[in-house]
Design a protein around this ligand. Structure first.
Ligand code: SAM
Length: 403
């Protein structure tokens, strides 16, 4: 495919996403009906689509449209988004919008006029945050709000966790380098690597397939480093999902690790991942978790807005609403309550989110502590996107025990 044809494919896929289709579904459907597209074409089209989703508002404005920051804004088109992207890149629009072959059609006069001047953007629009969210985002991040929003406009780095059960950081870096994947250490966690070259080769590399490394953001790893884990403990990953945190926990010490999730099917790949990592993890059905309690430590990696990982999943930024955020906060409070019942007297409850919003982090923990005077905060910490990781939060709470 020519560069222009890739942009046209991105326009068509974005138009579908703007009607409400999930991005992954729209991309998969396009790949199926476009057998002529090679792997480099597919990767380039995907990058165009995700770049536009990260910068939906500012690219729409640059492309002659604009809205309040809703993904299904009827005024926004894929064509505007790609026009906006080209303007943001400083690329020559006339070279892409030629109408030749599979290229986008040449600009119409109205489009020429719409993009002839620099748009006047409000702060939230220029920073690609929905209007309704900007006050809470700005209040949560304070002086760092603009830098964080700008970081969310960029692609996410590729981070790896070195599996200490099988190797160490230097040996893992050498093994990756032999397969053309270059990585450097990341300061956020002792196990973290940041891939600088060859990321697309990773999933087929033997370093990955033999469990020397796992794909995991450095802040996600740092959350696990913050937990007071010691040999012999029984540990429950209460919101295990795909099991990324369970695996990182299992690599930290000689533990009995249990994984639980309300949606059991989310853990379906965990046994195979654990095998590859050389870890033993017991997957519990929701009905069995109480019978296995108490646990020395329970981690709740709670469902959240995902605001810290909107670089990877940018649709989330536009699909979130105040009502959905309120609902998530209620779920988080319920999870904290339910999980606290599973902790042994004197044990530890850890609460984590991949969010940077106070409502889901410090406020949530403060409300739990207010309701539960037998718990105290040991430490909490937040990571922010502008510092080179996903945005994350962890609070480690300990239970007072009379015994
Ligand atoms: C942020 S994800 C977990 C990601 C996972 N820990 C990882 O590292 O890959 C949150 C998970 O919480 C689960 N969940 C939602 N409500 C829950 C509840 N009430 N009890 C337990 N799990 C719940 C969701 O199904 C989802 O898999």
């Amino acid at each position: 495919m020519t560069p222009a044809a890739r942009r046209q494919a991105a326009i068509e896929i974005l138009d579908q996403i703007l009607t409400g289709e999930p991005a992954e579904k729209a991309l998969t459907a396009w790949a199926r009906r476009s057998r002529f597209a090679g792997s480099k074409d597919r990767a380039a089209v995907r990058d165009h689509v995700f770049d536009a989703l990260r910068c939906l508002r500012s690219y729409a404005a640059l492309g002659g449209g604009g809205g309040a920051g809703e993904i299904s804004d009827a005024n926004t088109t894929g064509r505007q988004l790609i026009l906006g992207a080209l303007r943001a890149e400083g690329a020559d629009i006339g070279e892409i919008f030629t109408g030749v072959g599979h290229a986008p059609a040449p600009l119409e006069e109205a489009e020429e006029i719409a993009i002839s001047a620099a748009p006047q953007m409000q702060q939230a629009e220029a920073l690609d945050i929905p209007d309704w969210l900007w006050p809470a985002f700005a209040a949560s991040l304070g002086d760092a709000a603009e830098a964080a929003a700008r970081a969310l406009q960029q692609r996410a780095p590729v981070h790896l966790r070195v599996n200490r059960r099988k190797t160490d950081r230097d040996a893992a870096m050498r093994a990756l380098a032999e397969e053309g994947i270059l990585a450097e250490t990341h300061p956020a966690a002792d196990t973290a690597l940041s891939v600088t070259e060859g990321a697309r080769k990773l999933r087929n590399s033997s370093a990955y397939l033999t469990g020397l490394v796992e794909l995991q953001d450095a802040a996600s790893q740092a959350v696990i480093e913050a937990l007071p884990l010691a040999d012999g403990q029984r540990v429950l990953d209460y919101c295990a999902g795909g099991g990324g945190k369970s695996l990182a926990i299992a690599a930290r010490a000689k533990l009995a690790v249990f994984a639980h999730d309300i949606a059991r099917q989310r853990m379906k790949d965990l046994p195979a991942r654990a095998d590859r990592a050389g870890a033993a993890i017991t997957v519990l059905a929701p009905d069995d978790v109480a019978a296995k309690a108490p646990f020395d430590l329970v981690l709740c990696d709670a469902p959240c807005s995902g605001s810290g990982s909107w670089r990877r999943a940018p649709e989330g930024k536009w699909r979130l609403t105040q009502a959905r955020l309120d609902e998530l906060c209620q779920t988080q409070a319920q999870i904290l309550h339910d999980a606290s019942q599973l902790v042994a007297p004197g044990g530890t409850l850890a609460y984590a989110t991949c969010s940077m919003l106070d409502a889901e982090n410090g406020d949530q923990v403060a409300a739990f502590l207010d309701r539960n005077p037998d718990w105290q905060l040991q430490r909490d910490h937040g990571w922010q996107v502008q510092d080179g990781t996903d945005g994350f939060y962890v609070a480690v709470l300990s239970h007072f025990s009379d015994g």
